[in-house]
Design a protein around this ligand. Structure first.
Ligand code: AMP
Length: 305
């Protein structure tokens, strides 16, 4: 394609798919909502799409008559020393990808549209936001809950789609939707991974080849935990010790935490007696990565439990 044709395609996509104000978004969704059999799906993201995002769009496309994807790098969920300024962004590429997935509308507002002068109200999740990533990212989940609540209020989706990759985010949003009576179904899609097992993330673009290779140890350690639990290991301390040892073997991976918790309220568990969530966070070079898996107890006694 010539650069002229490229520019025309870009403009066409922008005019068909892109909405940048809350008012226009509300108007377009309200129009779609009154069509017979309308089911409105929302996929909240920070853009720079990868296969993980696409899996959410595909799930939404399969279940909804009208699919909205938001792409907004939300400043209030980043700490002062975090990567808000360098977070990868590519609106035109995202629009083309979303169009390819049959998305009906992409909401990519400027910051001043979302946080208008005088903005002074936050949604503050409680205890569920304090452990795991909340411990090292104070204010992060308040920022997440606030932007998601705003999106829910503007779009009023029937179903909203989130990735299991961000397990604490899922737990926080579920809690918020229940506590604040949002009339929305929360659908959680499985984590999409690179061939070596590394969970896909927009932040993976920060990794060097060597960092990327070593980062796959997080997947291997989670898989080892899953296997151990499935073959009857119930001791959280033994599973964590094994994982820490594996992760410690990669010199570029600096473990922040490995925790085994109840998947709903995220409270730590001492034994893997029922389904549990094992979650890790680590720094690999300047990149902070998170990942998790569900542990299902197995072994000789599991069938009687
Ligand atoms: P983000 O743009 O990173 O804020 O992610 C937007 C949504 O995509 C969130 O619900 C994430 O949990 C989800 N997501 C991100 N990475 C993945 C992945 N590798 N697999 C599945 N979902 C993902």
């Amino acid at each position: 394609m010539s650069s002229n044709e490229n520019a025309v395609t870009r403009l066409d996509l922008r005019s068909r798919l892109l909405v940048s104000t809350a008012g226009e978004l509300r108007r377009r969704v309200d129009e779609a909502r009154i069509r017979p059999g309308a089911v409105i799906g929302l996929v909240p993201t920070m853009g720079f799409f990868h296969e993980g995002h696409l899996s959410l769009m595909r799930a939404a496309r399969a279940e909804c008559s009208y699919v909205i994807v938001s792409a907004f790098v939300n400043p209030i969920q980043f700490g002062a020393t975090e990567d808000f300024n360098t977070y990868p962004r590519d609106l035109d590429r995202d629009l083309a990808v979303a169009a390819g997935e049959g998305v009906d509308l992409m909401f990519a507002p400027p910051e001043h549209e979302v946080y208008q002068p005088g903005f002074d109200t936050m949604v503050v999740p409680g205890k569920i936001s304090e452990g795991l990533c909340g411990a090292s990212r104070p204010g992060h989940f308040r920022g997440v809950a606030t932007i998601v609540a705003k999106l829910f209020n503007i779009v009023k989706p029937d179903t909203a789609y989130f990735g299991q990759k961000d397990a604490q985010q899922v737990a926080v949003i579920r809690r918020m939707a229940t506590d604040l009576n949002f009339d929305v179904a929360i659908r959680v899609c499985p984590t999409v991974r690179e061939p070596g097992g590394l969970a896909m993330s927009s932040r993976n673009t920060y990794l060097s080849d060597e960092e990327r290779e070593q980062a796959a140890v997080l997947f291997r350690a989670l898989s080892a935990a899953k296997e151990a639990a499935a073959s009857g290991e119930t001791s959280v301390s033994r599973i964590r010790r094994k994982m820490k040892k594996m992760i410690g073997g990669e010199y570029l991976v600096d473990l922040e935490y490995v925790k085994i918790v109840n998947p709903v309220d995220l409270e730590p568990v001492e034994e893997v007696a029922t389904e549990a969530l094992v979650a890790v966070a680590a720094r690999v070079g300047r990149t902070r990565l998170i990942d998790n898996m569900m542990l299902t107890p197995g072994g000789p006694d599991a069938a009687d439990a």
